[in-house]
Every structure is written in C-alpha cells, then in structure tokens.
Design a protein around this ligand. Structure first.
Ligand code: PDD
Length: 276
C-alpha cells in the first residue's frame, strides 16, 4: 500500500515520522476522512473547507491549495482512480523539541492514504448502540487527531458487541464516537446544534439540507437523556456510516420488528439519490 508523506508517495513501510512529531507526542493535528464514489469525491469541497477551518482553529499554517492535485497523484499511485475509495488526510504541527507551546519554526507534517471502500448497504439492519458519559474536551468542533475520548467510548461499545457509543453531556445527547446522532419525534427531526460540543459533520449538513428540500420539520435542539426512550426513530450519520438506523440504545429497542422508521427511510433514499 502506497502512502503520501510530505509530498512523497512511498510504500507504507518506507514512510517515516519522527518520534518528535507533535502529532505523535501531543495529538497536535487535525484530519479529514472523505470518500470518492466513482469519479468524484462526495462533497469533497466541503471536507477540504472543514480542514481549512480546523487548521485555522488550531493556528496551524498549512496551504491546502495543492491538495486536490496531490490527492490525484496518490489515487493514481494507489490504482484507485475513479474507484470507490476512502481518503484519509492528516496535518500535524510537525517536528520540534517537546514543549507545549507552538514552535516558532518548523513545518507541518502531512500524510494521506487511500484505501478501497464499499458503501454500507442502507438495508442493513438497524444498529445497536450504548450511551456513555461525554468526557471529551469542550472543542469537539475541531476534527483533532487526539481522539482518546472517542476511541475509549467506541471500545466500550465494541466490548458489548455494539457499533457505537452515544455521548451524553450534562444530560443531553451530543453526538457519537465517530458519527452524529439524529432523532425523530412526532415527525420532527432533531439533532444537537453545531456548537463546540459536536463535530459539524458534512453528512449532518447534507441531512439538514435534505430535510429542507423534503419539507421535513427539523430542529437543531439537543435531546435529553431522559427522553431518549420516547423517541420514534433514531439514526447515525457520518462519511463512512452514511445514514444508519439505530435499532437499540442500551436496553431500549426502537424497532422491535426490525423495520427502519419512515423518516429515516425517506432521508436514506434521498441521500442515495444525491449526485455522487
Ligand atoms: N468521523 N462526529 C465525530 C466525532 C466524527 O468523528 C465524525 C466523522 C462525524 C461525522 O462527520 P462527517 O459526516 O463529516 O463524516 C461526527 C470520521 C469519518 C472518522 O473519524 O472516521
């Protein structure tokens, strides 16, 4: 497998990163995950714009203008031109003597890889999730590589044979370890507002637009933990997850008969029809 590192494309075992890289020592970096479906990146511009926004938020000076060309080079080297694939991009603050404040000199480290990707089947059965305390920091709007809170939460779900952990902060549902979370109650779609407690997912933004287009009532309001079991439908969204119906949260079953709720279904279908 070929990877991209600071302008070079090399077999992955030849790519070397210093142990003094701040991405490695501090998790001082940001990343993106996007998918190419057929010949085009699915909302690629939005993903790159979010990367620019996150770089700005962490005061990391990196020029993304050459990225689209560099991604093309990577895809060619990976023999993934015009194929369904996932591209991972990570920019860190680079190599410096270990000191918490930002180094005055030095340049960012950029790595990328592309890997074949199969879109999940929307007819997959509803997925099982657990709730867990959202003990992450208060800047979840930054797509930071420091993901310890997320991986620990997700592993808690995996240990119980579940797919996702849904975070609860101060009695409110924020998001999940690598997805956004939506609920439906009385035909109104709810999701947490895009403040600093969640990552404003590109898939989330697409769903909000679809609600407008399809005239589905929509509110950016957090759902209270105590009201979770009174919801009619629940679903997850994310680049790799797309729109996935939640069948279970802890011991509560949303779809005892295994069917996907009508509004989740409608959004999944509209999502599939988007130009890809
Ligand atoms: N995860 N919330 C969190 C915490 C995420 O990590 C992600 C994405 C999302 C959904 O964002 P989007 O719709 O833009 O993919 C929400 C990526 C895919 C990952 O870490 O693999």
């Amino acid at each position: 497998e070929k990877v991209y590192i600071n302008g070079r494309i090399v077999p992955h075992h030849e790519a070397k990163i210093s142990i003094f890289d701040r991405g490695f020592l501090f998790g001082d970096g940001v990343y993106e995950v996007m998918v190419q479906i057929g010949e085009t990146f699915f909302y690629g511009k939005e993903h790159l714009d979010r990367l620019v926004g996150c770089l700005k938020k962490i005061k990391l000076d990196f020029d993304v203008s050459t990225l689209p060309k560099e991604i093309e080079r990577l895809l060619t080297a990976s023999k993934l031109n015009a194929k369904d694939c996932l591209v991972y991009i990570q920019v860190t603050r680079g190599v410096a003597v270990r000191k918490h404040s930002f180094p005055k000199t030095g340049k960012p480290t950029i790595i990328m890889y592309a890997t074949p990707f199969t879109l999940p089947d929307i007819n997959q059965k509803s997925i099982a999730t657990i709730t867990t305390e959202d003990n992450r920091w208060h800047r979840c709007d930054i797509k930071a590589t420091s993901l310890l809170g997320n991986v620990m939460a997700n592993d808690q779900a995996a240990e119980q044979g579940m797919y996702e952990s849904i975070f609860i902060r101060d009695g409110r549902v924020t998001e999940a370890s690598h997805c956004n979370v939506f609920f439906v109650k009385n035909s109104i779609v709810y999701t947490h507002p895009a403040d600093t407690y969640i990552l404003d997912g590109i898939t989330r933004q697409i769903i909000i637009q679809l609600c407008k287009d399809l005239k589905i009532a929509f509110r950016e309001e957090p759902i209270l933990e105590e009201n979770l079991t009174t919801m009619d439908e629940a679903f997850l969204s994310g680049t790799t997850t797309q729109i996935a119906s939640i069948g279970r949260i802890d011991d509560h079953l949303f779809d005892p008969d295994g069917s996907i709720g009508p509004i989740t279904r409608k959004l999944q279908q509209a999502f599939l029809e988007l130009k890809r």
